[in-house]
Design a protein around this ligand. Structure first.
Ligand SMILES: [Cu+2]
Length: 111
């Protein structure tokens, strides 16, 4: 029981920590090519800045659990898909300015 509690505290701490680090550490190079395809719900979108706040499921390829966080939207992606409340499947990779959505489609499995 005590071990389980310590483990979940550790996981919670590393998840909370994740937004405070914007690259610059030794693992950045190894992670550059990594990408995840994941379900995400749109919270807000800024069509001029091409940024969006998404609630995403876990992305193990990028070492990230489920959370709400901002993403950049690549020029190649149809920003019209990013309506608040929309359920999407997004392809995410690590960019210079944080995580970047490089492909998106509506999640047809969500009614
Ligand atoms: Cu995240």
């Amino acid at each position: 029981m005590i071990t389980l509690l310590a483990t979940s505290l550790l996981l919670a701490a590393s998840a909370a920590d994740h937004h405070g680090h914007h690259g610059g550490h030794a693992m950045a190079d190894a992670e550059t090519a990594a990408q995840s395809v994941v379900s995400a719900d749109v919270r807000t979108v800024d069509t001029e800045a091409r940024t969006t706040l998404l609630r995403h499921e876990a992305m193990p390829e990028l070492g990230m659990g489920a959370m709400v966080m901002p993403f950049a939207i690549d020029e190649a992606v149809d920003i019209e898909l990013f309506q608040p409340g929309a359920a999407l499947i997004v392809t995410v990779t690590r960019g210079e300015d944080g995580l970047r959505v490089i492909a998106a489609e509506l999640d047809e499995s969500v009614g």
